[in-house]
Design a binder for this molecule. Structure first.
Ligand code: UFG
Length: 330
């Protein structure tokens, strides 16, 4: 049977890969996206790869009436809520836009779900809710404390859905805390294509690999890490989106609210990621060490044990494969 899943913000990098994984697992996909930060092209590619139709509605996830209509019209049975503004630096400059957009779209989506009797909700959260963690790997039980407005919106929405699920036992709600997704679908036909200067490391490395930029600026080599550069938990995008499918399918057996880390559980430094891409592409990636970026932390690595044991999900793809697939998508 499968679910009919509304993916808000489903046209983006994570959303389009999620659509692919959902369809591959036998579910149907309906996307609502306002296309402020994405184009419809990736979903057309997903429809082509899978041979399945994807219903795409251009609209804003703050629009309760539109969401209710979309859910009724398509017999939606579950929602994955990804629609959000997501640039950390921009959120510091424009907090009202971030709190307004991200909180309102989450509340409107939940409101529309309640009004139409749809109770299964998966939320795109972020490891950024852990702030500067006391130690790594980070379990879900670690204290939260986001250090920027973007991260605060994720933390606040997690509180809202926790309280909501406690208010009515029909809700089945899961929050997925993403670590650092990289790479692309094996076909290479869907790329992470940020508009303007990339904020994130892998898209930046890709722009250097393609010759669009001269070198990667490495933000600091004086961090308390083995080689002095920042350490993150880079997870292949296909592993990440398969985690969404596992979380969605687990909701049937779940009561109330649960939180899971989606990471692969080991740390990779900036220089190690550059070397992995060099190994996968045979290209030299020039870089220059520069000063630390404001707001950065030394290390952020997941303890994914809970998702491994409860959801029966684990990552299977390496950083080398993620580097190769990122490059293929270019
Ligand atoms: N980095 C560079 N040069 C760059 C870009 C990044 O050296 O041009 C370094 C950063 O200093 C950091 C690492 O590469 O050490 C990863 O940086 P990213 O910007 O790719 O990722 P972050 O871990 O800083 O942030 C990401 C998401 C956020 C999310 C966070 C959760 O972009 O949305 O993970 O941990 F909140």
């Amino acid at each position: 049977m499968g679910e009919t899943v509304l993916v808000t913000g489903g046209a983006g990098y994570i959303g389009s890969h999620t659509a692919l994984a959902l369809i591959a697992a036998g579910h149907r996909v309906v996307v609502v996206d306002n296309f402020v930060n994405a184009k419809p092209d990736a979903l057309a590619v997903v429809a082509d790869i899978t041979g399945q139709e994807i219903v795409v509605v251009e609209g804003d996830a703050r629009d309760v009436k539109m969401l209710e209509h979309t859910m009724r019209e398509n017999d939606v049975t579950a929602v994955i809520h990804m629609a959000a503004l997501k640039a950390v630096g921009e959120s510091v400059e424009m907090p009202l836009e971030y709190y307004g957009n991200n909180l309102e779209s989450a509340i409107s989506t939940l409101d529309a779900m309640r009004n139409t009797g749809v109770w299964k909700f998966v939320f795109s959260s972020s490891a950024t809710v852990y702030g500067d963690p006391e130690s790594c790997p980070i379990p879900e039980s670690a204290p939260v404390g986001a250090t920027n407005p973007y991260g605060m919106t994720k933390e606040m929405i997690e509180l809202i859905i926790r309280d909501l699920s406690a208010s009515d036992d029909r809700w089945k709600i899961t929050s997925l805390r993403y670590f650092n997704p990289v790479g692309a679908h094996e076909s290479g036909r869907i790329a992470e294509a940020p508009v303007g200067r990339p904020n994130n490391l892998m898209p930046m490395i890709m722009e250097v690999a393609t010759g669009k930029r001269d070198k990667v600026m490495v933000f600091g080599d004086d961090w308390p890490t083995p080689d002095g550069t920042g350490v993150r938990d880079y997870i292949h995008i296909m592993d990440l989106v398969e985690g969404h499918v596992a979380a969605l399918e687990h909701l049937e057996q779940q009561n109330g609210y649960e939180v899971y880390n989606l990471g692969q559980g080991s740390g990779v430094s900036v220089l190690e990621l550059i070397r992995a891409v060099e190994g996968a592409t045979g290209l030299e990636i020039p870089y220059e060490i520069t000063s630390r970026r404001a707001g950065d932390i030394a290390e952020c690595v997941a303890d994914p044990t809970k998702a491994n044991t409860v959801l029966g999900w684990e990552t299977t793809r390496t950083i080398a494969e993620a580097s190769r697939d990122a490059w293929n998508s270019q």
